[in-house]
Design a binder for this molecule. Structure first.
Ligand SMILES: Nc1ncnc2c1ncn2[C@@H]1O[C@H](COP(=O)(O)OP(=O)(O)O)[C@@H](O)[C@H]1O
Ligand SMILES: [Mg+2]
Length: 359
């Protein structure tokens, strides 16, 4: 509306149609600008709020990540510290240390297992060396003894022959007695000679020659060897193993079987001395798994008179004419075959379990 003349009240009134939407926009723009200016005046407060929120979030993130990092570091350093202590113990000679892997992750578990296997192997190696040294010491003693006994044995035998030759004809009184005494000396000297041979055999035992041999046949042969002479003893063989052929030194394992069976026979014979009708029984059981052949020999003789383990050492015998070498030889041969001999609790006699490693 506009006044057209200053003197007269003449006005121009013009109307234009406007879209209500546009009016609305205008209104909204006004509101928005008001909001903007309001915000602008408040901007300092907002900035502070934002900064505070920012600091809180960042610092909690830093805290979280440090806790996490410390945790990870602990997870890595703890097992390493454990490993260092174990290694120190091993270097100090304690091979019994075992690393337990309950809480560790996969890599450490593997590392621990490797460590444990390593200490076990060192221990086994150490035992083997100790055993070899012991056998060598035994052999030395046997060799020395054989030598010391053998030396006077030859002149004794020669002198005996001479006495027989020269004086037998001259003796007229108690001639039978004279010859009897000479025979006793001669037999004793022979016995000592056999013992000496056993000693030097033990000292000179060669390394085993491992070949495929029929174990079942060897055991049967050993039993048959005694069956003829030992009428009052029953032999039972239970051959449970599915294989008959195994790798071992035939003559050495034969010697093992003879030594062990002979001990059983002698033990039963001792019982029969007081009870002539006593029925002796020797049971032999053969089994095997993937690693070992097991031969168990059980008798109903007098049983062990002392701790059986002690009887393995050489020259220890409870017999009048024993050499005490039988079980030492058995032990040495079995160890050279990767096996062992074990004494099993048995109330009525003796029970020995032999093992031979399968290659
Ligand atoms: N089957 C057995 N029953 C009872 N005692 C045994 C048996 N085997 C071995 N022994 C004991 O072990 C000792 C040592 O045996 P060994 O080494 O063969 O030597 P030896 O037979 O010459 O005495 C024997 O003297 C005996 O006391
Ligand atoms: Mg013997």
């Amino acid at each position: 509306m506009k006044k057209l003349s200053s003197n007269e009240n003449i006005f121009l009134y013009a109307i234009r149609y406007v879209d209500p939407e546009t009016v609305n926009f205008l209104k909204k723009t006004g509101e928005a600008s008001t909001f903007y200016y309001k915000l602008k005046s408040n901007s300092l407060g907002l900035q502070i709020t934002f900064a505070v929120v920012y600091i809180i979030i960042v610092s909690s993130l830093i805290m979280l990540s440090s806790v996490y990092a410390i945790n990870i570091a602990n997870k890595i350093s703890k097992p390493i510290i454990k490993l260092i202590y174990a290694a120190k113990a091993v270097s100090a000679g304690n091979l019994d240390v075992k690393l337990k892997d309950e809480k560790e992750d996969d890599d450490f578990r593997k590392l621990y297992q490797t460590f444990n296997i390593m200490t076990q192997e060192i221990q086994a190696q150490k035992n083997k060396i100790a055993l070899t040294e012991r056998y060598q010491a035994w052999e030395m003693v046997a060799k020395k003894l054989a030598h010391e006994i053998k030396n006077p044995l030859t002149p004794i035998t020669l002198s005996l022959e001479r006495i027989k030759d020269r004086y037998s004809k001259q003796i007229n009184v108690d001639k039978a007695d004279f010859e009897n005494y000479l025979n006793i000396i001669s037999r004793q000297v022979e016995d000592i000679g056999k013992l000496v041979n056993e000693f030097s055999d033990f000292a000179r035992m060669p390394n085993p020659i491992i070949k495929s041999n029929n174990l079942k046949k060897l055991i049967e042969d050993t039993i048959n060897l005694y069956k003829l002479s030992e009428k009052k003893i029953i032999f039972n063989l239970v051959y449970k193993s599915s294989n008959e052929f195994f790798e071992f030194d035939l003559s050495q394992i034969s010697r093992v079987l003879i030594n062990v069976v002979k001990n059983s026979l002698e033990s039963i014979n001792e019982k029969q001395e007081t009870d002539n009708n006593f029925q002796g029984i020797i049971n032999i059981l053969v089994e095997n798994n993937n690693e070992f052949i097991y031969i168990t020999i059980e008798d109903n003789g007098v049983g062990f008179k002392s701790t059986p383990k002690d009887l393995v050492a050489p020259f220890i015998t409870t017999k009048q004419h024993g050499s005490g070498l039988g079980l030492s030889i058995v032990s040495k041969i079995l160890h050279e075959h990767g096996g062992d001999l074990n004494f099993i609790e048995h109330s009525n006699g003796a029970k020995i379990k032999l093992s031979i490693k399968i290659n």
